[in-house]
Design a protein around this ligand. Sequence first.
Ligand code: PLP
Length: 381
Amino acid sequence: MDIEDTLLMIPGPVKVASRVLRAMSKPMISHRSADFGNIYEDCILLIKELFDTENDVVVLSGSGTCGMEAAVGGIIRKDEKIVTVTNGKFGERFTELGDRYGTAIPLAFPWGTSFDLDRVEAALEEGAKAVAMVHNETSVGMINPAKEVGELARKHDALFIVDGISSVGGNEFLTDGWNIDIAITGSQKCIAVPPGLAMVSVSKKAEEMLEDGKGGYYTDLKAHLKSARKSPCQTPYTPAVSLFYALQEALHMAAEDGFPERRKRMGRLAEGVRQAAAALEIELFPQPGQRSAYSNTVTAMKMPQGISDDQLRGGMRKRGVVVSGGQADLKGKIFRIGTMGVCTESDVLRTIQTLELVLEKEGVISSLGAGVEAASKSIDA
Ligand code: PLP
């Protein structure tokens, strides 16, 4: 099927609006010019609103992991500890980064289950410079309790680093309200820009702990903050200028909709997917318990009995809809549908309809329509 006719319903990269694609095709400018400075400054103002923060913000030309590395590499030195609270693939990345730059104290909970906050507190009592977690764990479709971990971080005087890569702009995310010292998001998720930019907010307290020349070179947040404060506003090295055009346009689009309205829409779409799953007797994967919640931006479901990953996702792909599979041990066991960015009700309904067609063809369900009806009723309610 032609790529133009393919509906991308994975949890990032996501569909990009034509307005944003057009913005990317503007002629090149000097990255040291006032024109670029104005674009970067405009982006920073809107990103601060998106992050709900008064902290400074920088944009790195690199994917979300680049922002995670800037955070951990900037703060953690060889002999220092970072508690990494994990329940999925991306949390585990913080553990790997922690061990690369210092020592990670991993608190690994089973994938898709909630954090035990008593254990988080006990780990922090041992003494650590920072604690890191993922807010929206994309690999399992679950929101983790950032507010509560932020309170513990403050109580134990640890810096709080949060990966909001698939969350910021899609779920409620209160950088200042939750005491987050370094928050990170990526361009290809809720803000619906092509991949390649990481947005990072840095508190004064975190900035004081950044040391020159000790962490990564390209990812040195001190250098990025210094350049962003210049006039015109700049980046230390040549940025991905076309992606900045796209980011500016996408942020304006989101602001025109209203950031809270955008989040609510993603929430309604995800609820629609969950209602469709219930109607089709497909079990959701995560077990959020009381402390966590289902995600607005990605829904993870168990692979139904009687169908393989290849049949389900391959059958959907053949019909023009791309959804994600499980990662690591969850490969073949779950599948995931993204509802991020500029995803619409009709995108969700087409996805569920296609899922039903494939399930019926493989003999998993005997009639069509229940999923679409449930999703549509829920989204319109
Ligand atoms: N963290 C989360 C929660 C993610 O969803 C992703 C990507 O899916 C990443 C980190 C890694 O980001 P990137 O692939 O942009 O480096």
